[in-house]
Design a protein around this ligand. Structure first.
Ligand SMILES: [Zn+2]
Length: 104
């Protein structure tokens, strides 16, 4: 796939995903990530790799799951979401079905 060649992270096309924790960890209850392969990425997170926050949450025995994904996006879109929204407002677990109207 030519997107991967000599491109910065921001230009790679993949999926942005939102993780919701069953209970807050140090005030955080969400994690927003970017990956070209979410199932593989989730496996890595479950194994404690890839993101210090999710590794800590997993270690504490706090359940978490991917509650929302945005397909065919790039790292810039991830940053844009992070800067423009409270992750809670984007989360269908916390904000209900209308959360899906936000962040397109
Ligand atoms: Zn949530």
């Amino acid at each position: 796939m030519r997107f991967f060649n000599h491109r910065r992270h921001g230009h790679i096309i993949g999926s942005v995903y939102l993780v919701h924790f069953a209970r807050p960890y140090h005030g955080a209850q969400h994690y927003l990530g970017f990956s070209t392969n979410i199932p593989q990425r989730v496996k890595a997170h479950r194994a404690g790799r890839g993101a210090p926050l999710l590794a800590a949450v997993t270690k504490r025995g706090i359940g978490w799951r991917v509650v929302r994904t945005w397909k065919r996006k790039d790292g810039y879109f991830e940053q844009q979401l992070k800067h423009s929204y409270n992750l809670r407002d984007l989360c269908p677990m916390c904000s209900g079905p209308h959360a899906h109207k936000k962040g397109h």
